[in-house]
Design a protein. Structure first.
Length: 594
């Protein structure tokens, strides 16, 4: 890689500024490498145990039909293997302790994990099948015995899909997409086969088995579409642990050792991040995001996540938010930069504005300009170089940069300056004569204007206080002023007329004292309304409980005129009401004669 760096042409479009100030060497740029992938399908691994690290890419192909596992050495393609389906994730891990330590490659694709050793197929792990829907099973058994016609079979499967909690199998879903002429041949071909329901993988990571060394044996950790996290044994490929989470996982980060203590950080499709610990049956902590996560990495004990609302956020491992940064564009992917010589760890954020930003905590320390939108990003050992940045672009290009050995990162390396919005000139209209006159008036009479404002404000406060005192004296407030009988009243009118239901909600606001001997009285125009119970005694009010008291009101007039009904809450033996409510009755939409 060092030779490639010295011989590669200096592409200004792939650089990040002038050569004198750049912290990166442009090692290689191939705009037509035909690499279409994501960060989860890119890894760097010492496949032959000789210290020469290779680039492994799970390639989707330009049309999505050329899925291949490509391995690069330096700037040239070393080998490629055809994949049967679109890859979900590619990781390298050690399966055994034999010398030399040669890691294997695991490619998650659909319900399978394809394991490669020495760049050759070695093993295929299949996710365990799930129990099929019993109602769906009955439908296919009837089809097998020719007891149901095709249209009825389609209607039954559609009803099962809409109403049942358990989803249909792929076989039934394919049947529902067929046209009537194609159904007969499809049923004859598949009706003798057993119904199978298979989940697929959505993400994958590695977890050290019992040691933290780089050459230690690692377990595979996978997330599935049926909202489960599985941990696989690296030798027998049996399921060591299974945890169910509330949503489908999309990003996965693992820390610790399986035999000692580990922590799983999972970003899901429901916009939340769940944190699980060893032997936990459910997530221990939950982080609710305001937008979908674009990428997730862990730096020491902090969780860094980029969201689709153009934000980068940092959280503790217990889910507490530490900081947030607004990004200048939409983030595309996320990666971690671990420079071991200077013990420097940062986050690489690829943006839609053709830039890659490097953040240390919430501080922007470097910006890299790229010729195309970066879709995958990886940093680490490549070839004989320790600090290599590898990126693939939306157009299928490959960019390789090497960090200069003399480069250091500080908070002030990138002059952020004022926000972009503050640098945009506002379209300020010209000063009119009226504006100038008002400015001179405010400048000359500023003290007097302030005194008038304070006087008016004090007068408004005084009027509000007097009105509140009058309301308390007349018991017009919804909460009584009595300390011995603190009550709260709320009235609701239900119905369209001529008969209405008047519901009173009476509540005792005291903490530990019950209130008894209360009377409810209605005052109204007897020529317009008739109340079933114009006067009755309320039950004893227990503190904190809401007591609904209802009565019926009948409108006697037929002229479409509404009036006010007054409600008084009185204490027995006292003529002064504790509470008063004025209820504006609605206009009756029916006639009393009807």
């Amino acid at each position: 890689m060092a030779a490639a760096a010295s011989s590669a042409p200096s592409s200004g479009s792939a650089g990040d500024g002038t050569r004198a100030t750049s912290k990166w060497l442009d090692a290689h740029y191939d705009p037509v490498a035909n690499l279409h992938t994501f960060s989860s399908c890119v890894t760097l691994a010492d496949l032959h145990g000789d210290g020469d690290y290779k680039l492994v890419v799970g390639n989707f192909g330009s049309t999505g039909h050329e899925m291949k596992l490509k391995v690069y050495q330096g700037t040239s393609l070393l080998s490629e293997n055809t994949l049967p389906d679109l890859p979900t994730s590619v990781v390298s891990f050690l399966m055994e302790q034999h010398e030399p330590r040669m890691p294997a490659l695991a490619v998650a694709s659909g319900p399978y994990i394809y394991v490669y050793k020495n760049l050759r197929p070695y093993f295929k792990f299949t996710l365990p099948p799930m129990e099929p829907n019993p109602m769906e099973k009955v439908v296919w058994e009837q089809a097998k015995e020719d007891k149901v016609d095709l249209l009825s079979m389609k209607e039954m499967l559609e009803a099962i899909r809409e109403n049942a909690e358990m989803p249909l199998s792929v076989q039934s879903l394919r049947f529902l997409t067929l046209d009537p002429p194609e159904m007969d041949s499809f049923v004859n071909q598949h009706k003798s086969q057993p119904i199978k329901r298979q989940t697929v993988m959505t993400c994958m990571a590695t977890l050290k088995k019992n040691r933290v060394d780089e050459d230690a044996i690692s377990c595979l950790v996978i997330g599935t579409e049926n909202m489960e996290i599985l941990i696989l044994d690296p030798e027998a490929f049996t399921i060591l642990s299974k945890v169910t989470i509330p949503s489908v996982p999309t990003f996965l980060d693992v820390a610790g050792q399986f035999d000692v203590e580990y922590r799983l950080t999972v970003a899901c499709r429901n916009g939340s991040i769940y944190i699980l610990r060893r032997d936990s049956k459910r997530p221990k902590y939950c982080i609710e995001l305001s937008a979908q996560a674009v990428g997730l990495v862990r730096i020491q004990k902090n969780i860094i996540v980029a969201c689709s609302d153009e934000t980068l956020r940092g959280y503790t491992q217990k889910g507490k938010k530490l900081w947030g940064v607004t990004l200048p564009a939409t983030p595309i992917t996320l990666g971690i930069m671990d420079e071991k010589f200077q013990s420097f760890q940062a986050v690489l954020v690829a943006l839609a504005n053709l830039e890659v930003h490097i953040y240390r905590d919430k501080n922007l320390v470097n910006v890299i300009q790229v010729p195309d939108i970066v879709t995958s990003i990886s940093f680490g050992h490549y070839g004989r170089e320790d600090n290599t940045l590898i990126m693939t672009t939306k157009g299928g290009g490959l960019i390789i940069k090497i960090l200069k050995r003399t480069s250091t990162f500080h908070k002030g390396d990138t002059a952020v300056g004022v926000p972009v919005a503050q640098s945009i000139k506002l379209s300020v209209p010209k000063k009119t004569k009226l504006y100038v006159d008002q400015t001179l008036r405010e400048r000359e009479s500023g003290v007097a204007m302030h005194q008038v404002f304070q006087t008016d404000l004090s007068r408004i406060r005084l009027m509000a206080a007097r009105a509140y005192v009058r309301a308390l004296e007349c018991s017009m407030t919804p909460v009584s002023e009595s300390l011995q009988e603190p009550l709260k009243l709320n009235a609701v009118v239900q119905g369209m007329g001529p008969t209405f239901k008047l519901c009173l909600n009476l509540q005792n606001m005291s903490e530990n004292r019950a209130v008894a001997n209360l009377l409810i009285c209605f005052v109204y125009d007897e020529n317009r309304y008739s109340i079933e119970r114009p006067f009755f005694k309320a039950p004893m009010l227990i503190p904190g409980l809401n007591y609904p008291l209802a009565t019926f009101v009948e409108c006697l007039g037929d002229q479409g005129i509404s009036d006010i009904i007054k409600v008084f809450v009185l204490s027995e033996g006292n003529s002064r009401p504790l509470l008063t409510a004025h209820i504006s009755m609605p206009v009756s939409e029916g006639l009393a004669a009807a």
